[in-house]
Design a protein around this ligand. Structure first.
Ligand code: ES4
Ligand code: ZN
Length: 366
């Protein structure tokens, strides 16, 4: 089974590029930029042990109330070493290399510009690095069987202001970067920051022809209402870009084009019905929730969603922190569920249908 999962051509639609910042690259950037790591750590093994605890114990559920906030503090803290285009390029290149080794053939990757602009790192620096990594991959591998196609999704940080999101959007427009991204997303701390707060910026993105998605995290207050809003309203009226039988096309009266996470819809039959009617897919990250929700609850919800026929795919979220890149996520989900090869392959077929690229050629690789 593990060999089958390894060889299976895979897609990933829910991975935060900054969540792939490895201890090794973090140390390299810290040294290059003369930035001291917490506790003046200067050895890779100590950094791994102290700041990337491998205690991601999926067997034991634990109180998750502060889980996300604690995780986000680590996640944003680690980014202080990312200063130059080369730092961003290296981070993206490392993810692409890992994707290649796992037979991930296509990924739509989130990035968080405000996590950098708020530290004084301009959007141009971030984009230069990300785009260079993608260019390098194209130059060296396009046309070969191990080519990793990458699209970028620009995320707004929901715990920053709506004005800051608009400012970020304008910087992307003025920098000429809309052609370089496939969509926009919404991440960070959901508590007290419902999607409605970002109506204006999502409507602008939809009018510009970009795809739209938003995190509806797990066990966040208001998550059911947020899922309903994202599924029906986010972004305003949809562009009629025409259904094809090759891609999952949300209904024209749906809101977003996908939902990130959304696992808790399993607790609400009306919400399940709504998502099914809207023809939306969920980008689930089951191994990422197991730590705080407990595997029993996560896999019960996952099986329930599967039974409804709502399309979903399996993703890593923040693999450097959650100790599992895509291949290991699929292996562990299979281990927990006992799904057959056909059922595992069906998740990857869903992922193809849920993908946003207009490049139909990539389907040939699958
Ligand atoms: C995230 Cl797990 C999670 N939730 C919300 N926002 C995020 N950004 C990166 N990882
Ligand atoms: Zn996420």
């Amino acid at each position: 089974m593990d060999c089958f999962i390894h060889a299976l051509p895979k897609c990933e639609h829910h991975v935060h590029l900054e969540g792939t910042l490895s201890p090794a690259h973090r140390l390299l950037c810290a040294q290059r930029n003369n930035i001291a790591l917490p506790n003046n750590i200067s050895s890779l093994s100590v950094l791994e042990k102290e700041l990337y605890p491998a205690d991601y114990d999926y067997e034991e559920g634990q109180d998750g109330s502060d889980y996300l906030r604690e995780f986000l503090a680590n996640y944003y803290g680690a980014m202080e070493v990312l200063i130059t285009p080369e730092d961003f390029r290296g981070m993206a290149a490392e993810y692409i290399e890992r994707a290649r080794k796992m037979n991930v053939r296509y990924a739509e990757v989130f990035f968080d510009p405000q996590a950098h602009t708020s530290r004084g790192v301009p959007l141009e620096t971030v984009m230069q690095g990300l785009l260079q990594a993608r260019e390098d991959e194209k130059k060296l591998h396009e046309g070969k069987p191990d080519y990793v196609r990458i699209e970028y999704i620009l995320c707004f940080l929901r715990d920053m202001s709506a004005d800051s999101a608009i400012e970020t959007w304008k910087a992307a427009v003025n920098g000429g970067y809309l052609k370089d991204i496939i969509g926009v997303g919404l991440d960070s701390d959901e508590d007290g920051h419902p999607p409605q707060k970002f109506d204006e910026v999502f409507e602008a993105a939809r009018k510009a022809g970009l795809k739209i998605t938003a995190h509806c995290d797990v066990d966040q207050p208001g998550c059911h209402a947020n899922i309903a809003y994202v599924a029906t309203k986010l972004g305003g009226p949809r562009n009629h870009d025409g259904p094809t039988e090759l891609f999952l096309t949300p209904k024209y009266d749906a809101g977003a084009d996908r939902i990130d996470h959304g696992l808790n819809c399993a607790d609400n039959p009306e919400l399940l019905e709504l998502i099914k009617k809207s023809n939306l897919g969920l980008t689930l990250c089951p191994m990422g929730y197991s730590k705080h929700l407990g595997p029993e609850s996560v896999f019960r919800k996952l099986e329930l969603i599967k039974q409804t026929g709502i399309p979903f795919c399996l993703n890593s979220d923040d693999p450097a922190y959650m100790c599992r890149y895509k291949e290991k996520v699929v292996i562990d989900v299979q281990g927990k569920t006992g799904w057959t090869m056909e059922e595992i392959a069906a998740c990857e077929i869903n992922a193809i249908h849920m993908s946003w690229t207009k490049d139909l050629e990539f389907k040939k690789d699958f």
